[in-house]
Design a protein around this ligand. Structure first.
Ligand SMILES: [Cu+2]
Length: 164
């Protein structure tokens, strides 16, 4: 009984990092390149409803990311940053941003946010469902570990019952 529980718990714990990692892949990551004074990539194109994640760690120089019209602001400069901003529906266009201490030396970037396609074009296809089906990591990575854990639990508990 205890062995079965330990095995099931281990399987479930192994599955958790895969599932949570999948959530962060929806964000487009902007980091700092090897020159320490440039965003990388400096220009990104996303769609409404998507997230930009400013992420860097162990930087020699502390940086931040501030949009020119203060649409977003990562706050104080930091050598380790993990700041996410969601472009909600209706928030589209071109967003220029910069690193406050290094703006003058060209540490600037641009985010182009495309509007969602008009609703009337979605009568035959749901783009969200479509995207989920296209994303190979979606179905197998979430469902496979869960199914494996359930099967393993069922087999192990059954074996235990037969033994005792
Ligand atoms: Cu900077």
């Amino acid at each position: 009984m205890r062995l079965a529980l330990v095995v099931v718990v281990l399987i479930v714990f192994c599955a958790i990092p895969v599932v949570s990692a999948d959530n962060t892949t929806n964000a487009t990551i902007v980091t700092v390149d090897s020159t320490n004074l440039r965003f990388s990539p400096s220009t990104v194109t996303i769609t409404e409803g998507e997230t930009i994640r400013f992420f860097w760690d162990g930087q020699l120089l502390p940086h931040n990311a501030v949009e020119v019209n203060e649409t977003f602001d990562s706050g104080d400069t930091a050598s380790d940053e993990d700041y996410s901003f969601l472009f909600t529906a209706g928030l589209n266009g071109t967003f220029d941003y910069f690193c406050e201490p290094h703006r003058s030396v060209g540490m600037v970037g641009q985010i182009i946010v495309n509007p969602l396609p008009p609703a009337e074009n979605n009568t035959t296809e749901d783009p969200v469902i479509d995207e989920m089906m296209d994303d190979e990591s979606y179905m197998p990575f979430i469902s496979l570990p869960s199914i494996t854990a359930v099967i393993a639990a069922a087999v192990l508990f059954r074996t235990e019952e037969e033994l005792f």
